[in-house]
Ligand binder design. Structure first.
Ligand code: NDP
Ligand SMILES: O=C(O)C1=N[C@H](C(=O)O)C[C@H](O)C1
Length: 252
């Protein structure tokens, strides 16, 4: 049995993970952490990770960026692997993730779904053909009205995957409203839409002269992220220190 701590247990994804683990015979939630402790839980809940004294094989994190520094320190101190799913981390925090992964196993992924992780690979082949042929690259993402970070972590991961095949020569453009200029060739535009209960949509557009190719992923439920995170936790539980991602968990 893999014993888990759910960091952000009373949030939207924390509740999804709680349901998945309840129906999974190989995992058990031994504790939760959430700044909101006003609801009943079937496991002990602590208001911050520092107060959690329950031993576990791995932590799953869906919280917010401000909570991640303390979590990383805790993981190093207690030597507990962590599946880091929270998005919107700063450059400084991303460096801290890399440093942490030298001391304990960390799996970081902005999107735990099979579809997006497959798309990250597909895009690399498409980019190798379409970018040299002069196609412009734009990413449009849509999410629910409760999301705080923009663009989504997934949109950035998609852009990073594309840019990796372009020797990181393309720059990211998030806002065209302040500059009265045509787009340049070597840029990836990213646009964010927020509204209602949209679970998550990502569209990558390769726009050429007289033809357009679009890759689109639509999430119809948060369970696709939850299932991926639980599988990632099982994978990570007995791993050596290192920085992992979903391509280590899913056979692509
Ligand atoms: N990688 C992936 O596949 C996915 C990533 N995400 C990302 O996961 C994160 C969480 O998403 P979601 O569940 O929708 O967000 P929610 O806001 O619904 O949940 C986050 C929870 O974390 C709690 N929290 C805040 N601060 C702390 C803290 N210091 N310690 C512990 N818990 C804390 C919040 O409490 P309070 O409300 O009181 O602040 C809230 O209950 C986001 O960054 C989102 O982008 C989401 C879906 C998929
Ligand atoms: O906040 C969300 O809901 C989601 N966040 C992740 C992101 O920022 O990419 C993943 C998913 O799209 C849902």
């Amino acid at each position: 049995m893999v014993k888990l701590i759910m960091h952000g247990c009373n949030g939207k994804m924390g509740r999804v993970i709680t349901d998945i683990v309840k129906n999974d015979e190989h995992t058990e939630l031994v504790a939760g952490v959430d700044s909101y402790t006003g609801v009943p839980n079937e496991y002990p809940v602590f208001e911050s990770i520092e107060k959690c004294d329950v031993k576990a094989d791995a932590i799953i994190d869906f919280s917010n960026a401000a909570a991640v520094d303390g979590l990383l320190d805790y993981c190093v101190e207690k030597q507990v692997p962590v599946v880091l799913c929270t998005t919107g981390l700063s450059e400084e925090q991303l460096k801290k993730v890399e440093e942490t992964a030298k001391k304990v196993a960390v799996l970081k992924s902005a999107n735990m779904s099979l579809g997006i992780n497959m798309l990250l690979k597909l895009l690399q082949n498409a980019t190798k053909v379409l970018a040299p042929a002069g196609f412009d690259i734009e990413i449009v993402e849509k999410h629910h009205n409760q999301k705080v970070d923009a663009p989504s972590g997934t949109a950035i991961a998609l852009a990073d995957s594309i840019n990796e095949t372009l020797d990181h020569e393309y720059k990211y453009v998030y806002d065209r409203s302040q500059v009265r200029e045509k787009r340049t060739k070597k840029e990836i535009g990213m646009s964010a839409v927020r509204g209602g209960s949209i679970v998550g949509e990502h569209e990558v557009i390769f726009a050429g002269a007289d033809e357009v190719i679009e890759f689109k992923h639509t999430a119809y439920s948060k369970a696709i992220f939850g299932k991926g995170a639980v599988e990632a936790a099982k994978f990570l539980a007995d791993r050596q220190a290192g920085l992992y991602d979903m391509s280590d968990v899913i056979q692509l």
